[in-house]
Design a protein around this ligand. Structure first.
Ligand SMILES: C[S@@+](CC[C@H](N)C(=O)[O-])C[C@H]1O[C@@H](n2cnc3c(N)ncnc32)[C@H](O)[C@@H]1O
Length: 219
């Protein structure tokens, strides 16, 4: 057994890469939610409270009215936010339906299907003061999905973009996660925005490797 695993060892990286190539992130999330799964530990309990604390403080400090979140998930994290006008985009139809039911009658929130195209929602989505990418970037396994998502995230912001994500290159055993060092990619490819602030996550550990990245539109 030991000999076999020694023999397989050099191929482990290649196998991981192959899993990444085969993987379709939207199918993974739809199946996860459709079978009773949630947005994950990062969107519940003390991490949800922590994330909302940072976002609510930013919204209040910069007098943000409208927000578009790219990848709103099951809505648990959203319940902690104080946002005057919120649009949540999601790739999973099941999660979207769950959000619509959970926030039914709440006129400050609406939910739309994210279709991995640019411009998204058939070009009908307007801009908001702030766009959010919270615990989503490292789930965008496919390169084309990642780049289209980034383009949409910045295109739909009038003033600020907040990203909460890991920021290093890494592949995981589970194929639904690929870390990317994304800040240099944004600096090189996204004109018109600048990184105004980063905050190191005080809860970093086994449950999260995300930090905060705040971008503002250049004057
Ligand atoms: C870990 S959850 C985070 C959800 C939410 N932002 C939060 O903080 O609770 C990641 C979410 O990203 C969504 N997602 C995955 N790929 C996406 C894509 N290409 N566009 C938009 N959302 C996506 C998943 O469906 C999932 O709901």
């Amino acid at each position: 057994m030991k000999i076999i695993s020694l023999f397989l060892c050099p191929f482990k990286g290649a196998i991981k890469k192959l899993n990444v190539i085969r993987f379709k992130s939207s199918d993974y999330w739809e199946e996860r939610y459709a079978t009773g799964g949630t947005s994950g530990v990062g969107s519940y309990g003390e991490l949800a409270t922590y994330k909302a604390g940072v976002i609510n403080a930013f919204i209040s400090a910069y007098q943000i009215r409208s927000v578009i979140e790219f990848g709103c998930g099951d809505g648990n994290q959203l319940a902690y936010y104080s946002i005057p006008e919120y649009t949540g985009l999601e790739v999973s139809k099941t999660a979207l339906k769950g959000c619509e039911e959970r926030f039914q009658g709440n006129r400050s929130k609406r939910f739309l299907l994210y279709d991995n195209t640019f411009p998204c929602v058939s070009g009908s989505l307007e801009k908001a003061d702030l766009t959010l990418s919270i615990d989503v970037l490292y789930h965008l396994v496919e390169d084309d999905v990642f780049w289209t998502y980034l383009k949409n995230l910045f295109h739909h912001s009038r003033r600020y973009v907040v990203v909460y994500s890991s920021n290093f290159d890494g592949i995981h055993d589970s194929p639904h996660q690929v870390d990317r060092r994304f800040t240099p990619l944004i600096e090189k490819n996204v004109k018109g925005f600048e990184l105004m602030r980063t905050i190191i996550n005080s809860h970093k550990g086994s449950k999260t490797m995300s930090d905060w990245y705040f971008y503002r539109k250049r004057q």
